[in-house]
Design a protein around this ligand. Structure first.
Ligand code: PFF
Length: 455
């Protein structure tokens, strides 16, 4: 027999779980670089405008469906669209979550290696070893042995997520979020203060925050929007799933807005934790794996107290990535248990087993399977690009079309309204619904088309 569908025990638990899903690698390895290379605070302004004007209504739309149906994302659309077409749409969200978790655990595994490497600091962070790791991480020189090592750490990362998820919504996800999220914010703040106080850090702060409108081009907007979607975890069903576990009296509008504010703050603080240190040591900030797995480690070896800062930093990245991975797996677990025939424990097992298969293929694509080319590149690239460019975007597009055109404004408001000033304002809901119905579909389609043209 399946257990009864759980709810989060408290509003704070729900908020921190959603924030945990949002705050992740996107904030820590993508945002700082994008901010610096796209005109500093000029990019920040564009990003924040897009986040608050466009993504707030989309976030509310996802929250709305979860709260209204109280079902997993595969079955949520049964009542709205009839099971047939509804499930096709639900499947897109499931694929989105499954493809994302498949490559996310690979990076999670690298983080585990670096975290443990901090305890053997001088050897692990030596130039040669880091170079070797960069080669592995960037797919340039993976050997069967290194691919095997990254497979083991990826599975370890997945197993840790699975252990938390076995505890269920309240004893697993909620408890984990309540403990780790405050620690996460405290740690990143500490690292940011340290980084900004280094000699020569001002250059980095200027690079991040000085507006340079000459760097703003068309792609700045698509970069900003892509980043906003990824950072707020839109289009994977995570928000919908967590909202389906919300208690009756939870404040939907407040929770959504706070998530967006906290996620944006975390991204900016991450930038201040990373970029000023990069400049203080005369290096150039790169993007993605290079920044996190090469530039920063080299800096830690040069910095006073670098081994301690490295431990704190990689622990922070680890928690951020773990809480996002947990939310992605929960989407799939809730679908498997949603039939009523499978217990939670078994569902965790099935989802973990399926992810081990695809995750291992992604890991091995940095070594023995490097020669296999799929649309987008290697197996890892394929999972990464397909989930972001196709499934997440289609998932969000389908969602706004359904909410905007199939479900009415009245219901949107009555499900989401709360006692906060915005949550009880008709004007606010009119604007939000207008954006969901008209603006969001047009913008999403435009970005998709631009993405195809540019590739
Ligand atoms: N928001 C996460 C990040 O910024 O790394 C990534 C993510 C998590 C995307 C969960 C989608 C998702 F459903």
């Amino acid at each position: 027999m399946s257990p009864k569908r759980e709810n989060f025990n408290s509003k704070l638990g729900l908020l921190l779980a959603i924030v945990g899903s949002a705050v992740g690698l996107g904030n820590m390895w993508r945002f700082p670089y994008l901010l610096g290379s796209n005109g500093g605070s000029a990019f920040l302004i564009i990003y924040l405008v897009l986040v608050f004007i466009l993504c707030t209504p989309i976030t509310l739309a996802e929250y709305y469906v979860g709260r209204k149906t109280k079902k997993d994302c595969f079955r949520a659309f049964d009542d709205i669209l009839k099971p047939g077409p509804g499930r096709i749409f639900g499947s897109i969200l499931c694929f989105s979550a499954f493809f994302t978790i498949s490559y996310y655990i690979v990076v999670g595994g690298w983080i585990i290696s670096y975290f443990f490497g901090c305890f053997n600091f001088n050897t692990f962070f030596s130039a040669d070893n880091i170079k070797h790791f960069e080669n592995v991480a960037m797919g340039m020189g993976g050997t069967p042995a290194s691919a095997l090592q990254s497979t083991i750490t990826a599975i370890l990362f997945l197993a840790i997520s699975a252990v938390v998820l076995c505890g269920g919504v309240v004893k697993g996800i909620e408890k984990f979020s309540k403990i780790t999220m405050p620690v996460l914010f405290f740690l990143i703040l500490f690292v940011a203060i340290y980084s900004c106080s280094l000699d020569g850090a001002e250059e980095g702060i200027k690079y991040l925050l000085k507006p340079d409108f000459s760097k703003v081009t068309g792609s700045t907007f698509s970069n900003a929007l892509g980043q906003a979607f990824m950072s707020l975890s839109l289009g994977c069903g995570t928000l919908m799933t967590y909202a389906s576990y919300s208690q009756k009296d939870s404040n939907s509008v407040r929770t959504s807005l706070l998530t967006i504010i906290l996620d944006s703050c975390f991204a900016i603080i991450s930038g201040l934790a990373i970029i000023p240190a990069v400049f203080a040591f005369g290096m150039v900030p790169g993007q993605g794996p290079e920044l996190l797995f090469n530039t920063l480690p080299r800096i830690f070896t040069l910095m006073k107290g670098g081994s301690l800062v490295a431990v704190l930093f990689f622990f922070t990245v680890f928690i951020a990535a773990l809480s996002s991975a947990i939310s992605l797996m929960e989407v799939l677990i809730s679908v498997v248990t949603g039939s009523g025939k499978v217990s939670r424990g078994r569902a965790v097992l099935y989802v973990t087993a399926a992810t081990i298969i695809t995750g291992t293929l992604c890991c091995l694509s940095f070594g023995p399977l490097n020669g296999i080319k799929l649309p987008g590149g290697t197996i890892f690239d394929f999972f990464n690009i397909t989930s972001t460019n196709i499934f997440m975007t289609l998932g969000s597009l389908g969602l706004v079309l359904l909410v905007g055109w199939k479900l009415g404004k009245k219901d949107f408001k009555s499900v989401l309204a709360d006692k906060t000033p915005l949550g009880s304002s008709d004007v606010f809901f009119n604007i939000m619904f207008f954006i969901v119905r008209w603006v969001a579909p047009i913008v999403i389609v435009t970005i998709m088309v631009l993405g195809f043209i540019n590739n």
